[in-house]
Every structure is written in structure tokens, then in C-alpha cells.
Write a protein that binds this ligand. Structure first.
Ligand SMILES: [Zn+2]
Length: 106
């Protein structure tokens, strides 16, 4: 994944980790609807770390679990588009996240 290649889901920004997982408008909308306060100037590893050690809860779920699942879903969607030309919108992504159930956190 080169820094200079464009993210194929939008063709608007370079395909860096932070772009794919956080800053692309297609992803940003999803994060905003779940957790609004984590956009910052942190780099990729800092951002991962901060969120993965978080002890916050969103509704009844641990944020770090939601965060991990969302990363996985974003990557899954990206690969679905790149390799199979599947287009999955944020609503479908949210439904899939709920289907995971966050079952073990309550
Ligand atoms: Zn984008």
C-alpha cells in the first residue's frame, strides 16, 4: 500500500492508514455517528493505541471493542470493493457491527 496511491473507495485522498481508517469522508461519517471526539493530530500508531486502551463506554459497550470491530469492518469493506467490486454503505456497515453483537462486553 503506497502512500501515493489513491484510496479506491473515493479516489480523493492517498491511501494511508489514517486516511483509510479515519479521515476519508466515507469513513469519517461512520465514526462521527458513533464517537465524535477522537479526531486529532495524532499519528497512526498513537491513534490506534489511544483508542485500543480506552476505558470509555459508548452506551453499554466498551469503546475499545467497538473501535477494533470498526477497524476490521472498514478494512473488510475496502477489500470487498478492491477485490470484488462490492459497495457497502455506512448503514450496512453499522448493521454488520451490530450483528457482531459486541456480545461479550456486557
Ligand atoms: Zn476518501
Amino acid at each position: 500500500m503506497g502512500q501515493s496511491e489513491e484510496f479506491p473507495l473515493c479516489n480523493l485522498g492517498s491511501e494511508s492508514f489514517l486516511y483509510i481508517f479515519r479521515d476519508c469522508i466515507k469513513v469519517k461519517d461512520m465514526w462521527l455517528s458513533n464517537h465524535a471526539s477522537f479526531f486529532s493530530d495524532s499519528d497512526w500508531l498513537e491513534w490506534l493505541y489511544i483508542n485500543l486502551i480506552s476505558v470509555e463506554h459508548v452506551v453499554k459497550y466498551q469503546w475499545r471493542l467497538i473501535f477494533g470491530v470498526m477497524l476490521d469492518l472498514v478494512w473488510w469493506r475496502r477489500n470487498g470493493f478492491v477485490f470484488n467490486n462490492n459497495i457497502i454503505d455506512n448503514r450496512q456497515l453499522g448493521e454488520k457491527a451490530m450483528a457482531y453483537g459486541f456480545c461479550c462486553s456486557h
